[in-house]
Design a binder for this molecule. Structure first.
Ligand SMILES: Cc1cc2nc3c(=O)[nH]c(=O)nc-3n(C[C@H](O)[C@H](O)[C@H](O)COP(=O)(O)OP(=O)(O)OC[C@H]3O[C@@H](n4cnc5c(N)ncnc54)[C@H](O)[C@@H]3O)c2cc1C
Length: 509
């Protein structure tokens, strides 16, 4: 096998095809992302099991001149994965490769889903230090878009990677670390699938831990007053008052639900019973929630009352509301006494994101957060009070993340706060969102914003070049490792090379 691999270019196309034919899906495949907002019909889909097979597929695609994209869980809410060329799934490459207990590091095949990774890491007494709202993603997909969690001293997942193995367009298998092939390392850590196929990932984890979440609500004004951010390195008021902090803003009623989350050794809190879960999660948070959003498609004025009802029955953490003024122990005003939950780390980091949705997310430097939030708030109120105003749903997610050194990471050398909005699709029905996202993006951009790469955004190469100091380096290196643009699809042609190819081609109406 080694001999054959070292001379791939001597193999005929028929031999290459025959090697990977058993791993090709037999039926015509329609790729849809999780949100069912984009779809594509690839020429063929391969579910490969080894790096050798990936090399064959790359060689085949290169010789045939067919575009090749890898995909993981398909959770990116844009056409980032979409292609009419070849699609490669790494779902069958999901094993643990190495465990280093002394350094708390583990190596995985890149197709492993985060939820499997948590289970396997926990068996070895380790866990991921910070996570986003879900764990359905593959590790390869998550780091390719710089997926983030929360915490001013915690970077996104790309910042936790210590070593990568990547197969480039010339079919070479390259190992990259901060010291070895370091440019390729920092480019691929948010490489959007266009520097090569990631096959192995080594991550810096930490000893397994539990988290204690303290939840309480504040008024929007008190929340903004609590930020106290003067510079990038400072203490950052409320956002820096715990290891991990997230804020969910309910824009129609001006409530903010805060979670302050810290490591703990306390016993787990009791889980809600069947009927409590049925009422809260199934009846209220799923069906009543969607019913209100469905009615709002025709009668947007119900959104405020809908949010208020959902707040009371589902989100308000205060069973006995009682404004608690600032005290020495806690220097900000809350709308009631906090409630607490203790559980495994991933169970507290992850939460229910609601039904399928369109979403836009970007981040601003932490120093611009207060200004950004005030502008967003004024704009929401203007829309709400206008008969023709744009519809917006709740909650707006606000999560701080620490800086990293990854060339295209939105956190590149800057401590940031991500702000995300979603427009849900009640029972799958479409709701207008494009104008809302464009205006939202404009406010973030004005405040130094950078878009989340997985989400549909409108940044041109020129604009990206201005906000990413290493953007041109990324393009240069990308061209070096993939001169024929084998891994470049429509999304990348649009945002990296300025081609006039809209999202429309793949949009599901
Ligand atoms: C409900 C929901 C909640 C989310 N929450 C968060 C959150 O809290 N924080 C956050 O930052 N993001 C969040 N996201 C976005 C999500 O983390 C990203 O879209 C992530 O990329 C999805 O991983 P995936 O495995 O589905 O990748 P895919 O969407 O399948 O692929 C994403 C990109 O990775 C590339 N890729 C995949 N595998 C490889 C590989 N092996 N080698 C090279 N390239 C590869 C693909 O080509 C593509 O460019 C959320 C998305 C959803 C739908």
């Amino acid at each position: 096998m080694i001999d054959r691999l070292s001379s791939l270019n001597e193999l005929t196309l028929d031999v290459l095809r025959a090697e990977i034919e058993p791993y090709k899906l037999k039926t015509k495949f329609r790729f849809q992302n999780w949100a069912k907002s984009v779809e594509c019909y690839p020429k063929a889909v391969y579910k490969l099991e080894t790096e050798e097979q990936i090399r064959y597929l790359i060689e085949l695609a290169r010789r045939e001149g067919v575009e090749l994209r890898a995909y993981g869980a398909g959770h990116s809410p844009s056409d980032l994965v979409c292609t009419d060329g070849y699609l490669l799934s790494l779902d069958r490459m999901n094993q643990v490769l190495h465990v280093d207990k002394q350094r708390n590091q583990m190596s995985f095949q890149a197709g492993i889903r985060l939820e499997e990774l948590h289970a396997k890491a926990r068996k070895e007494g380790m866990a991921v230090s910070s996570l986003g709202s879900i764990s359905e993603q593959s590790i390869g997909g998550a780091i390719s878009t710089a997926t983030h969690g929360l915490g001013i001293k915690y970077s996104g997942l790309s910042g936790m990677v210590t070593q990568l193995t990547i197969i480039t367009a010339d079919t070479n298998v390259r190992t990259c670390t901060a010291d070895q092939n370091s440019d390729l390392f920092y480019a691929t850590l948010c490489g959007l699938g266009c520097t090569g196929i990631i096959t192995r990932v080594t991550m810096q984890l930490e000893p397994d831990f539990k988290l204690k979440e303290e939840m309480f609500a504040m008024s929007f004004n008190d929340f903004v007053g609590s930020l106290e951010t003067k510079d990038d390195e400072g203490e950052h008021g409320l956002l820096g008052s715990a290891e991990h902090v997230r804020a969910l803003f309910f824009p129609h009623n001006d409530y903010v639900k805060i979670s302050r989350i810290n490591r703990t050794t306390k016993p787990d809190s009791p889980q809600p019973g069947f009927w409590e879960r049925w009422f809260n999660q199934y009846l209220v948070a799923t069906h009543f929630f969607q019913l209100g959003l469905f009615v709002a498609r025709y009668l947007p004025s119900v959104l405020k009352t809908h949010e208020q009802i959902l707040w009371q029955f589902s989100h308000n953490p205060h069973r006995r509301p009682k404004i608690t003024p600032p005290s020495e122990k806690f220097r900000w005003t809350r709308l009631g006494e906090p409630v607490y939950a203790v559980a495994k780390s991933n169970e507290i980091f992850n939460y229910d994101c609601g039904p399928r949705q369109y979403t836009y997310e970007g981040c601003v430097p932490i120093t611009s957060l207060e200004n950004t939030l005030r502008e967003l708030h004024a704009w929401f109120k203007k829309e709400e009070n206008s008969a023709q105003g744009l519809q917006f749903h709740f909650p707006v997610e606000i999560r701080p993340v620490d800086k990293d050194q990854v060339w295209l990471s939105p956190c590149y050398q800057t401590r940031v706060v991500y702000i995300g909005i979603q427009i849900y699709k009640p029972w799958g029905f479409a709701v207008p969102h494009a104008d809302l996202f464009e205006r939202f993006e404009a406010i973030l951009h004005k405040n130094g914003g950078r878009p989340h790469w997985a989400k549909a955004h409108t940044y041109s190469p020129e604009a990206l070049s201005r906000i990413y100091p290493r953007f041109q380096d990324f393009l240069r290196l990308r061209e070096e490792v993939d001169p024929k643009r084998l891994f470049v699809n429509h999304y990348l042609r649009r945002h990296l090379f300025g081609a006039e190819v809209g999202l429309r081609q793949f949009t599901i109406e």
